[in-house]
Design a binder for this molecule. Sequence first.
Ligand code: PHE
Length: 433
Amino acid sequence: MDNERGSFSRVGFILAAAGSAVGLGNLWKFPYTVGENGGGLFVMVYLASVIIIALPVLIAEITIGRYTGKNPVGAFNAIKPGSPWKLVGYLGVASGFMILSFYAVVAGATVGYFFKAITGQFKGMTGDAAGSMYTNFTSNSWLQIFLLAVFIFLTVYVVSRGVSGGIEKFSKILMPALFCILILLLFRSLTLKDASKGIEFYLKPDLKALKPKLIIEAMTQAFFSLSLGMGTMITYGSYVSKKENLATAAGWIALFDTGIALLAGFIIFPAIFSQGMDPAQGSGAMFNVLPVLFAKMPGGVIFGPLFFLLLSIAALTSTISILEVPVAFAIDEKKWNRKLAAIVIGSMAFIIGIPCALFPGFMSLWVQIWGGFALSIGALFIALFVGFAWKTSDARHERKVGGGGLRLAPVWAVAIRFVAPILILLILLGSFL
Ligand code: PHE
């Protein structure tokens, strides 16, 4: 493997892929999307989407990546040379730019909140005060643009250092540390007054909430949270050794990611209900509620900054994986060097990120189009590609290389050829009608 590309060590891959998956999608987006979609029913549809639709696509992406050893565009081209399938790869590269642009704005906000926490600004925080703190923060245009720039810079810095040096290292300490602090938050939140109301909202399915919007949002959240549909996992798969058992790796990644998202809900909803806040308040939910939790928690002055620091790093391991898609494309297909590619592409994402930082309406549109719709289209075509153009038997052969995990292979073949594409198509159509 040439040095511009680099590769992962054995554990490195699961950690890095989990690092890509776990991020703002779990802690910021999942809870507010559950809230906007009426609670428990959404959670159930989400879990079903992860298992039935997203997991087969995850296995498919990693398999394509390792088999070809290439970025998404190169990968489709390697398996079906000169065919229009490579357009799916181009869609992924474009989605990478666009997702990075809005994601880095929210990631910048977690850095901003780290500074608020460490300078003691959460002290004595109430629900109302936290709400106005967030409003003041997001309406400070220069600060938003500055934090966006900081985050893009960090991402470019790590990506330009390459895969094993940069990406792996960051993922290793992060996951256990983040998990520990989430458990502490969980205890605090569950012991608040009226916590049970939050749990009821979160777990009890209310059939009245069933709408096409709920189903599409649950499915796209599954893709977004598992970093699917734009070729991130193809790209990361391309750095995996042939010794790795891909199906098992995919299972672990999905388990980590879903576990952290569920945990986030158990923290956010009891806190929201104990503050008498609206669960459907939208994308500010995490920022509105956590400062209050830290203010009410023994040791909150330490755990507050620590949490936002870890969350910033979790976001960084995700932005790295997003930027890596267009960068791997530029290295493989355009023969750029890694550093140049990272700087040029990062700067472009910064420019597209400015309207996201300034206008919340634009931001939510971007989240919907690129963080949702584009990923679903990408996942649909990836499933069709593996199921029909590449043929699942070839894909299965590639997975055999790492050994094991093949008992469920026929189930996977049916899922990727029929179940996943049909459901994605129906859900997409349903959301248009
Ligand atoms: N999965 C990441 C998260 O949940 C976001 C992401 C989306 C990363 C798409 C890569 C590709 O935060």
